[in-house]
Design a protein around this ligand. Structure first.
Ligand code: AMP
Length: 418
């Protein structure tokens, strides 16, 4: 049996970077006032179709959707924002405190063509803020991402920032875009020819070569901002500059989801080839209301966890693992029984201890102690048991001392924790 194409196991030997990222991210989020939220993997299809947008690649081509046994359609979540909005509305969180900051991590599902850095089940670390319209929160989220990547030791990342405007400035931009594309219609792919009526903005995100060609010199949202959006963007960029956060204004950045308004950004790396975005985010001031809640400004981002770990691995960022405190070599049935109880008690009291219960020889157990990088080895053979003199070996200095079984556990804790 094999995993499905685009799905993969993350094996224990690769997990330490994942854990390191989670620890750094969650502690940073907590210090900025975010609270963890856990949401289902499966939602009604309609939630994603309505929020991400019917004419986006995700909804048109990439969702894992299937009929429920009792009718209706369900979808494996392709992203987290829509579900978090659903939860915010469903639990009327706005009524008790409209200002909420959430973070979460978990798998997302998109049926894209698999390649390095692109999977059909991938993981995201997500942060969302509801109830704040101020541009300082936009700057804060980009600053937070920058700080996280710095703490993780990442280099070679660039923040690309743009403003997509709001419903106020969209019509003027759409007119300009349609005028521009009018003379280039024959270059557009079939998909974009269809989208031009329904959702011309999506064309800006098309990866097809001829569409890219058609878009050369196309108008940019940032040149059509209303005064309020222009001021908002100005505060974001001025604040980041003051803080020394490096970024570039990227007029061509549009993001692949329909719900974004105003500030949008992506953090790109040069280490992963074509799949260069390690995080993306933006404002979505209209979404909560669109999904049936009260008008609520909101903003968030998602980090591509798989890609982040791949970048860290390429940069040879290490996560030193604490060694095993004690490996117990127990030879013979009586020693094994004792070792079982000692190790349970030692682990209970916070000393990382292991016993190999397979009944192997002293030589092979010493090899295993080395493989496990044990700091100490306790040897309990038949003779040692009979004479009540166990051997404790410091694996680094090779020093050996003998220990009585009478007060063994407290004695070991004393020695090994000092
Ligand atoms: P998006 O909201 O689509 O911009 O996704 C946010 C981040 O998730 C991206 O910047 C990627 O790092 C990551 N991501 C998106 N799709 C995939 C995928 N199929 N495989 C791995 N990572 C992905």
């Amino acid at each position: 049996m094999q995993t499905i194409r685009g799905f993969r196991d993350i094996l224990p030997e690769h997990i330490s970077l994942w854990q390191r990222v989670e620890q750094e991210a969650f502690s940073l989020f907590e210090s900025f006032g975010f609270k963890e939220i856990r949401i289902p993997v499966l939602e009604k299809t309609d939630l994603f179709a309505r929020s991400i947008g019917e004419t986006t690649d995700i909804v048109e081509k990439e969702m894992y959707t299937f009929p429920d046994r009792k009718g209706g359609h369900l979808t494996l979540r392709p992203e987290a924002t829509a579900s978090i909005c659903r939860s915010y509305i469903q639990h009327k969180m706005y009524a008790t405190d409209p200002l909420r900051k959430f973070y979460m991590t978990g798998p997302m599902f998109r049926r894209e063509r698999p390649q390095k850095g692109r999977y059909r089940q991938f993981y995201q670390i997500d942060a969302e803020v509801f109830g704040i319209e101020s541009a300082y929160i936009d700057a804060e989220l980009i600053f937070l991402l920058n700080e996280l990547f710095k703490r993780l030791g990442l280099t070679g990342l660039t923040a690309h920032i743009n403003s997509l405007g709001c419903p106020e400035c969209r019509p003027s931009f759409q007119r300009a875009l349609l005028d521009f594309l009018g003379e280039r219609k024959e270059l557009l792919c079939e998909n974009c020819t269809r989208r031009i009526q329904k959702n011309p903005l999506r064309i800006l995100d098309c990866k097809v070569e001829s569409c890219q060609q058609a878009l050369q010199g196309a108008p940019a949202t940032i040149d059509h901002l209303c005064p309020a959006c222009a001021d908002h963007f100005d505060i974001v960029t001025t604040t980041l500059k003051k803080q020394g956060v490096e970024f570039m204004v990227d007029k061509s950045l549009v993001r692949g989801l329909d719900y974004y308004t105003r500030t949008a950004w992506e953090i790109k790396t040069t280490t992963l080839g074509a799949q260069s975005a390690v995080a993306g985010g933006g404002r979505y001031d209209g979404l909560v209301q669109e999904l049936g809640g009260p008008a609520t400004p909101a903003i968030g981002f998602a980090i591509g966890f798989d890609r982040l770990v791949e970048v860290m691995a390429q940069l040879e960022i290490e996560t030193p693992k604490p060694p095993l405190d004690l490996f117990i070599i127990a030879l013979g049935a009586a020693a094994l029984e004792q070792a079982y109880h000692w190790s349970c008690e030692l682990n209970q009291r916070g000393l990382r201890t292991e016993v190999d219960f397979r009944g192997k020889s002293l030589k092979s157990l010493m090899k295993r102690a080395n493989k496990l990088n044990a700091a100490h080895v306790l040897i309990a053979g038949e003779n040692e048991l009979k004479e009540n003199q166990l051997i404790l070996r410091n694996m680094e200095t090779k020093d050996q001392s003998s220990l009585s079984m009478d007060n063994l556990v407290p004695e070991l804790i004393n020695i090994l924790k000092s």
